[in-house]
Ligand binder design. Structure first.
Ligand code: NAD
Length: 488
């Protein structure tokens, strides 16, 4: 096992902001504790304010002309160096992220941290390989140019801090924008290490700035700054409304990747065992996964068989310390979040929804919550209609494809969906009928980094991924030159 308590404390994660290539402190601080043991204080992080936001945006504005004007191939070299440094530091990054937000160490070491490196490589290559679109029409030569837009503010949530910050920073930098990242206050440590690595990779001062602090304070100041030309946000729909208002004030384009309440459809013609195993996997990361299929919808005729298999797989889960290989369910991030999850289950009980399993904390004085399944009294129950963001699934049955699709589309969310079926025709039909940014059939979480990613309805605005993110971070210009315009 890579991380012991002592080793983590030995790695000096800076509590300060990183602005204009330098560490900058704040007079006030906020505490960061480990979900693995709430008595374990990890850091007193700098608590940025309006002045911090102002100096970070100023640094990004000042660094912008040189970074935007740099040949795209040279920018790509910087990003490749950063990717290499990430890969060289997987163990340390995984250990820090694990104690900071309790994601399983094994998956951090095996996949998640490396994905950050892949994000930078992918965007470096995409941007460097971009060929401008050019064509003749109406007697003019048309060229579509991607102009770097300007400083971009990136705001990330606590549930996948490393994955999401690298996913969002990489296209912004590759497109030629400078960046100010504000990570979530509940899991800010890996972002601080990213600043060190970016510095070591030779990324010029001011190109990547990292500001620590509370969303309503420094976050609000950042998104309200009129010099910011892009805002890329991942988090809850509630916060997106505030950010949207600030963006509207300055006509700043923004993308919002928001919450989900994904349906998990199991048709009678599917491999029921495979479906049940994947359904039990929706408890992974303690259900703190925006893309999770949290509404189990099972065809009536196979409901008993599915439930038996699902119970078998769910019983195998081990709630424990995220650093131990046997653990499959980590604690929730924060006592406030645990209370939020408990509140949903309590209200479901009061509403007359049936708790099929779980429905309580694992231990009184710790942050684990039992894998919970609730059969709602009706599809209108709050537990069906609102995102819990914890290890809580709902269970409903359907008869036939039409009802399955109707139930799948019956919330205000539209981030993702999972479908299990043995029929290719049904996969195509149902997949096309579901309103969601991503639909997985007979699989889950497999993603091509060049595909568009985002949500419908209250799950988001805009798309990230591949060229979609590079276009978002650019001002697209059409340059028209009259045919016959000669040299000289
Ligand atoms: P949140 O909205 O509370 O916070 C997200 C970030 O916004 C944090 O960094 C916070 O400090 C900041 N913030 C809060 N108020 C702000 C303000 N007024 N101005 C600027 N910034 C502000 O979300 P959370 O609790 O950290 O994350 C959980 C949510 O994120 C869930 O809804 C989850 O589904 C969603 N999420 C979505 C995706 C996706 O890709 N669609 C991925 C992961 C998480």
């Amino acid at each position: 096992m890579a991380s012991t308590r002592a080793e983590i404390l030995d790695y000096a994660v800076s509590p300060d902001h990183f602005i204009g290539g330098r560490r900058v402190s704040s007079e006030s601080t906020f505490e960061v504790r480990s979900p693995l043991d709430w008595d374990w204080k990890l850091a007193d992080m700098a608590r940025g304010d309006a002045m911090t936001a102002d100096s970070a945006v100023t640094a990004a504005v000042n660094a912008f002309p040189a970074w935007a004007g740099m040949p795209v191939g040279r920018r790509a070299e910087h990003l490749h160096r950063l990717a290499d440094l990430i890969d060289e530091n997987i163990e340390m990054l995984a250990a820090v992220e694990c104690v900071d937000m309790a994601m399983l160490l094994e998956s951090l070491e095996a996949r998640v941290i490396h994905r950050g490196a892949e994000n930078f490589r992918n965007y470096a290559d995409l941007a460097a390989g971009h060929v401008e679109r050019q064509w003749m029409s109406k007697g003019t030569q048309n060229t579509v140019q991607r102009m770097p837009a300007g400083p971009a503010v990136i705001i990330t949530p606590w549930n996948a801090p490393w994955l999401l910050s690298t996913w969002k920073i990489a296209p912004a930098l590759a497109a030629g924008n400078t960046v100010i990242l504000k990570p979530a206050e509940w899991a800010p440590l890996s972002a601080s290490i990213l600043a060190d690595l970016a510095h070591e990779a030779g990324i010029p001062p001011g190109v990547l700035n990292i500001v620590q602090g509370i969303g309503e304070e420094v976050g609000a100041a950042l998104v309200g700054d009129r010099r910011v030309r892009r805002i890329s946000f991942t988090g809850s729909p509630e916060t997106a409304r505030h950010i949207g208002l600030a963006a509207a004030e300055n006509i700043t384009p923004f993308t919002a990747e928001l919450g989900g309440k994904g349906p998990f459809l199991v048709f009678a013609d599917s491999d029921i065992d495979a479906a049940a195993e994947k359904a039990a996997g929706q408890f992974d990361d303690a259900g703190q996964v925006c893309l999770a299929g949290t509404r189990l919808l099972v065809e009536e005729t196979v409901a008993d068989e599915f439930w038996d298999r699902f119970t078998l797989y769910t019983d195998k889960h081990v709630l424990g310390d995220s650093r131990k290989p046997a653990t499959t369910i980590s604690p929730l991030i924060h006592p406030d979040h645990l209370k939020r999850v408990e509140g949903f289950v309590e209200r479901a009980r009061e509403n007359g929804d049936e708790i099929l399993r779980g429905g309580h904390r694992h231990k009184e004085d710790a942050l684990w919550y039992e894998p919970t399944v609730i059969a709602p009294k009706s599809n209108d129950s709050e537990i069906v209609q609102r995102e819990v963001f914890g290890p809580v699934l709902t269970y409903q049955t359907f008869s036939g494809e039409e009802e399955a699709i109707e139930l799948a589309n019956s919330t205000r969310y539209g981030l993702s969906a999972i479908v299990y079926t043995g029929s290719n025709e049904r996969a195509d039909r149902v997949g096309r009928s579901i309103r969601a940014g991503t639909v997985w059939v007979n699989t889950f979480l497999v993603r091509d980094l060049t595909a568009p990613f985002g949500g419908c309805r209250i799950s988001g605005i805009g798309r990230e991924g591949g060229d979609y993110a590079l276009d978002f971070h650019s001002d697209l210009k059409t340059l028209q030159i009259k045919e016959g315009t000669t040299n000289g």
